[in-house]
Design a protein around this ligand. Sequence first.
Ligand code: NAD
Length: 325
Amino acid sequence: MQTALVLGAGGFIGSHLVKQLKHEGYHVIGVDLKHPEFSSTAADDFIVGDLREQKFCNELFAKLKVDELYQLASDMGGAGYIFTGDNDARVMHNSAQINLNVAEMCVKHKIGKVFYSSSACIYPTFNQENPDSPLCEEKSAYPALPDSEYGWEKLFSERLYLTYARIHGLQVRIARYHNIFGPEGAWKGGKEKAPAALCRKVAEAKDGGQIEVWGDGSQTRSFLYIDECVEGTRRLMQSNFAGPVNIGSEEMISINNLAEMIIAISGKNLSIKNIEGPTGVRGRNSDNRLIREKLNWEPNYPLQKGIEQTYRWIKQQWSDLGQTP
Ligand code: NAD
């Protein structure tokens, strides 16, 4: 039986990935600062600890024999967390510290294969100024100018793992995730992303009321449903391609249209009020040419379906707290 170690297994993507790995027959060990928030972990063993701490990492890796490692642990959140600037020092320090420790451990303990979750946030601002035609082709990452310190740290850590691959022979696979969403993702508290935040606002609103949307609403993004993120991750890991490669949807939508979609799903009559808020770049979309070429696969689950499932889940979470619109 193969053993997979999932770092960040208490988070959104990590907890879903653990379920999939278990489903495929892996022995799975999860590590995180905390247990998953919305369901119990599917991991065989779940270790609570801080990957910023060298001592914890040394002890953790010394007692494990790992075939595949998935590095998803990071200090991250939606626009309200990474674009305000307030959390920048902590985001850079925490995530870089984790990756420096993990890369070193992978070499020292001869981990077979290592997956690293990078982000679309590494792409340069100057290619994402037009909301209708953003450029996020993998090779456009350089010359670099990410729109956030979060993006700079991701770019640094991509380079860290690629350098360890070149110098130490580490087998790495790097994905640049584009806005992953779905049930069991953060939906309140400040780390939630646009789809979850908008679903919550719509669930909370009284019929005939209004919801607030950050920015002028014409900024564009694409959103990838969690199941396809996990599938893409597994396919990349099983391939011979190191990446970096986009794992995202090409179904681009403006934020106001996304809000309209959620309002229509709710069946409520709501209006949108655009207010000032952190928004990031004007446009962003996945470019799936490379993943099609290298993996002969790309995501194709319709946004509408994923949003329907996510809205239903968030509405339920909200009413479980005893709330009514
Ligand atoms: P998440 O915040 O739900 O999960 C990250 C997990 O890392 C959290 O559970 C957190 O507790 C854990 N963690 C943070 N610091 C830690 C530490 N010092 N030691 C141990 N664990 C620690 O985020 P997610 O959405 O599941 O994202 C997973 C990865 O994918 C992250 O690296 C993120 O940057 C990347 N990513 C996500 C998206 C997205 O849209 N969700 C997009 C691009 C990239």
